[in-house]
Write a protein that binds this ligand. Structure first.
Ligand code: G1P
Length: 289
C-alpha cells in the first residue's frame, strides 16, 4: 500500500466572496489573528505527515510564495535585535514542508486546478486541502484522521461533516451508506444540489485523499455546475472504477472564504490564544452591555 506523502493546496481562486480585501491580496493570505489562513492549512498537512506540498497558484498570488520562502533580511534584523522566539517562528514557516508551486493559467474550476498537479503527483494517492476550509482540532489533525481511514481501506476517502439542510447547496454532497463509526461507503455524489434534490446532509468540507486514477478522469470531465470543471463530478465517475469512502472527521471547521465564517474563526482562534484571551474576553464583555 502506498503512503500518503504529497498534498495539493488549490489557491488560484479569485476570492470574489471577500472583496475588496482580495482585490490585490490573495484570500489565502488574510490573517486569522496573526497567521495567514494558508499557514494553518500547511501546518495541518505537515502535522499529518505530508512531506511535499504543491500549491496551485495564479496571477496575483506571489505573496504566498514569499510567505513560505526564507526571508534573509527579516531573519537578520530579528537576530540583531535578539528577538529569538520571533526568529525561530519565522524560520519554522519556511521549514514546515517542501513547498512547490504550479500556476493555473485560467480559472476553470477545482477539477482543473487539481489536474494541474498531475506531473507533480505522479502515480500515487495524494491529499487535497482546500484553502477556504480551516479545521481546528486539538488532537489529531483532520487530514491525519483521513489518512488513518485511507490506511484501513486503501482507497479514496472524502472528509465530510453533516451540515444544515439550508446549506447543502454550498457543497459537494455525499449519498452514502453508513458502514461503521464515522465511515460511509460512497454510492453517489452531487455538487451543490438544491435542498429538495439533495441525497443527504453529508457535505464534503475541503479535505480529500484521492487515488491517481482521478487524473485520467479529469481529462475527460466536462464543465459542470457554474460552467467549471468540478472535482465532485470526476470523483463521481471514479466510483464506477473503485471503492470510495467518506470519513466524518472530528474538529471545528471554518469557511474562511466567507466573511461571517472568517469572523467566527478570528474570534474563536483569538479566544484559544493564551496571550490574547483575557484581554479579548474583557473587551467582548464590554460589548454585551
Ligand atoms: C468546493 C467543492 C465542494 C466542496 C467545497 C468545500 O466548492 O467544489 O464540493 O464541498 O469546496 O468547501 P467551493 O467552495 O470552492 O465553491
Amino acid at each position: 500500500m502506498k503512503r500518503i506523502r504529497k498534498a495539493i493546496i488549490p489557491a488560484a481562486g479569485l476570492g470574489t466572496r471577500f472583496l475588496p480585501a482580495t482585490k490585490a491580496t490573495p484570500k489565502e493570505m488574510l490573517p486569522v489573528v496573526d497567521t495567514p489562513a494558508i499557514q494553518y492549512i500547511v501546518e495541518e498537512a505537515a502535522k499529518s505527515g505530508i512531506e511535499d506540498i504543491v500549491i496551485i497558484s495564479g496571477r496575483g498570488k506571489r505573496a504566498i510564495e514569499d510567505h513560505f520562502d526564507k526571508s534573509y533580511e527579516l531573519e537578520d534584523v530579528l537576530l540583531k535585535h535578539n528577538k529569538i522566539s520571533e526568529l525561530e517562528e519565522i524560520k519554522g514557516i519556511s521549514n514546515m514542508a517542501n513547498i512547490y508551486y504550479v500556476r493555473q493559467k485560467e480559472a476553470r474550476g477545482l477539477g482543473h486546478a487539481i489536474h494541474c498537479a498531475k506531473t507533480f503527483i505522479g502515480n500515487e494517492p495524494f491529499a487535497v486541502l482546500l484553502g477556504d476550509d480551516i479545521v481546528y482540532n486539538e488532537g489529531k489533525p483532520c487530514l491525519k484522521q483521513l489518512i488513518d481511514c485511507y490506511d484501513e481501506y486503501n482507497t479514496s476517502v472524502l472528509g465530510v461533516q453533516t451540515v444544515e439542510a439550508k446549506d447543502v447547496n454550498k457543497y459537494g454532497i455525499v449519498n452514502g451508506i453508513h458502514i461503521e463509526d464515522r465511515v460511509y461507503k460512497v454510492k453517489g455524489l452531487v455538487e451543490k444540489p438544491p435542498v429538495e434534490e439533495s441525497p443527504s446532509n453529508v457535505a464534503i468540507l475541503g479535505r480529500y485523499i484521492i487515488t491517481p486514477q482521478i487524473f485520467k478522469i479529469l481529462e475527460e470531465t466536462k464543465p459542470g455546475k457554474g460552467g467549471e470543471i468540478q472535482l465532485t463530478d470526476a470523483l463521481l465517475k471514479l466510483i464506477d472504477e473503485e471503492a470510495m469512502y467518506a470519513y466524518d472527521f472530528e474538529g471545528t471547521r471554518y469557511d474562511v472564504g466567507d466573511k461571517l465564517g472568517f469572523l467566527k474563526a478570528t474570534v474563536e482562534y483569538a479566544l484559544r490564544r493564551e496571550d490574547l484571551r483575557d484581554g479579548f474576553i474583557e473587551y467582548l464583555n464590554t460589548l454585551k452591555k
